[in-house]
Design a protein around this ligand. Structure first.
Ligand code: AMP
Length: 542
């Protein structure tokens, strides 16, 4: 017997319909790429998204065709995002921080047909355009007054293009399992692989992400997604904010501490989200200027491990709650968030920070387990490390065009390539990427734990730990440090600071100072490059 409920396919464009109908005047405030602050609202974004859909269909975009964007977080990117999926197309957010060769690779691999670009990326595209045979037309996200003289094929100014359309269009009624969006993994090894989100997976994922123990947003919130829409499906905020009618503040191209602080204060932001490197810049700015955070209640930090010292500073000095989050492009991307369940809610001080250092527990829609290399499940005892595997309706079943082959185990779980522990309350803690874990004397050392500890030293700006070949122990940890500007701290002082806070045999064998630690296009420490940089390194006395 079937249930007797209506069939209401979970299509993403229903989200912007809902926002326009019930929260139509709620604002979207952007720092435009041209400079000035721009204000619009959900009703106007929907109206323009309809024009985008109409224009794309007139340009021959059919259901399932990929349309690329190279754009910062702005209202125009949001209009284009809904316009593409609204005509049955697939938004493909390209990360402009990738190397030009990788950008060309993924645009060709996705076979994108139209490309929307911000002004910032026109010179970059001009250099690779002759290697992008599938792109039929470029649309520059600006107006006629700012249009550059460009060699890009058929280049049009976005505002002129939509001004010629009336928006008399009905969203394409695609199957809820149809592709809606696409994002390539940042891939530190090999070519990036395409993750393809469906309308259904995006809707379910956004609802899960909004749960009170996850992002916990409401129509009274003002959200500033610093995390770019091109990073891991924009952490789903382009769906989540309109779904509940939160005011949305978009930072455009400027993500430095001063620019973000200005928006946080001037727009009354209550919740913001980004990777730790962004927050490092903001905290540094606040330290230099003596600024405060007068409206911010919650900062979501993920993409890399959030250092304990960062959580402590936000909470104790600025009165902002930190929510540590973990996820990945393949998971739409949310996997876990570290809100405090009853078992931990009463904790304070160091004990509370111990829990907040963990990546947290999953929402309904994410199942997880840890296993050994042979696939045997490991205990949730907060100590045993294992390969972290996940299953759910918004988690990739395979990559675009079957790259990488079969990616699920026999029970349908995806191996995240992260190594983690889980405690009795179901809180997961990432100890490493499987390829970054340091293997010493047959045991594993967590590089993330050591990095977190080192950045707690007041003179350390950033730290990375890598394994260096060792004749007796196989590998031993080397701590690589960037000092805070103007500080002269020596290696021994950092090691003394760390001693006693981790097992003795985990302690780094040496400290090396560098001016800069290399990062990937999504702000993670690039351990492969760092390992190459230190490939000839020998510990003192070796
Ligand atoms: P991406 O697909 O670019 O978002 O990268 C996903 C990977 O980033 C994960 O598999 C983790 O290795 C890492 N990651 C994301 N969030 C965290 C976190 N809170 N702590 C540690 N690693 C993280």
């Amino acid at each position: 017997m079937l249930g007797l409920m209506q069939d209401w396919p979970l299509r993403c464009h229903r989200i912007i319909d809902h926002a326009a109908m019930f929260h139509g005047r709620r604002e979207i405030v952007s720092r435009s790429v041209e400079g000035p602050i721009h204000r619009t609202n959900y009703a106007a974004v929907r109206a323009n998204a309809l024009k985008v859909a109409q224009g794309l269909e007139a340009a021959g975009i059919h259901v399932g065709d990929r349309v690329a964007t190279l754009g910062w977080n702005t209202w125009r990117h949001l209009e284009v995002w809904y316009g593409i999926l609204g005509c049955g197309g697939v938004y493909h957010t390209v990360n402009p921080r990738l190397f030009p060769d990788q950008i060309a690779y993924i645009i060709n691999h996705a076979e994108d047909r139209v490309l929307f670009t911000d002004l910032t990326f026109v010179p970059l595209l001009e250099k690779i355009a002759d290697r992008l045979p599938t792109i039929e037309r470029y649309i520059v996200l600006s107006d006629a007054a700012h249009m550059p003289d460009t060699s890009l094929k058929g280049a049009l100014a976005y505002e002129d293009w939509i001004a010629g359309l009336d928006g008399d269009y009905a969203w394409k009624e695609v199957d809820e399992r149809a592709a809606a969006g696409m994002c390539y993994t940042s891939g530190t090894t090999g070519n990036p692989k395409g993750v393809v989100y469906s309308h259904r997976s995006n809707v379910l994922h956004s609802m899960a992400a909004l749960q009170a123990d996850m992002l916990g947003l409401s129509s009274n919130d003002v959200v500033l997604p610093v995390v770019p829409m091109f990073h891991a499906n924009g952490w789903s905020l382009a769906f989540g904010a309109p779904m509940i009618g939160a005011k949305c503040v978009m930072p455009g191209a400027r993500m430095d501490g001063a620019s973000i602080h200005e928006l946080l204060e001037s727009e009354g932001v209550t919740c913001t989200a980004a990777v730790p490197t962004v927050w490092l810049m903001l905290l540094q700015h606040l330290e230099e200027t003596g600024g405060s955070l007068s409206t911010l209640k919650k900062v979501v930090i993920g993409g890399s491990a959030c250092p304990r010292a960062m959580t402590q500073t936000f909470q104790d000095k600025y009165g902002v709650e930190v929510i540590h989050a973990w996820g990945m492009t393949e998971m739409s991307p949310l996997g876990t968030m570290c809100s405090l369940k009853p078992a931990y809610a009463g904790l304070a001080g160091e004990a509370r920070l111990d829990i907040q250092e963990k990546q947290g527990h999953p929402p309904f829609t994410v199942e997880m387990k840890i296993t050994d290399d042979d696939g045997n499940e490991l205990p949730w005892d907060d100590k045993t490390f294992g390969r972290l595997k996940v299953r759910g309706p918004a988690i990739a079943a395979s990559y675009f065009k079957g790259e990488g082959g079969e990616i699920l185990d026999e029970d349908g779980y995806f191996d995240t390539n992260d190594v983690a522990t889980i405690d009795a309350e179901g809180y997961m803690r990432i100890t490493d990427r499987s390829k970054d874990v340091i293997k010493s004397g047959g045991e594993w050392i967590s590089s993330i734990d050591l990095e977190n500890l080192a950045v707690g030293h007041p003179d350390v700006a950033e730290a990375a730990v890598i394994g260096i070949a060792h004749p007796k122990w196989d590998e031993r940890p080397l701590l690589v440090v960037v000092r805070k500007p103007g500080r002269e701290v020596e290696g021994q002082a950092i090691l003394d600071f760390m001693r006693g806070k981790v097992a003795n045999w985990w302690m780094p064998d040496a400290v090396a100072f560098v001016d800069e630690i290399p990062h990937t296009a999504t702000g993670k420490i690039q351990k492969t490059t760092l390992r190459e940089q230190f490939s000839d390194y020998k510990f003192p006395g070796q």
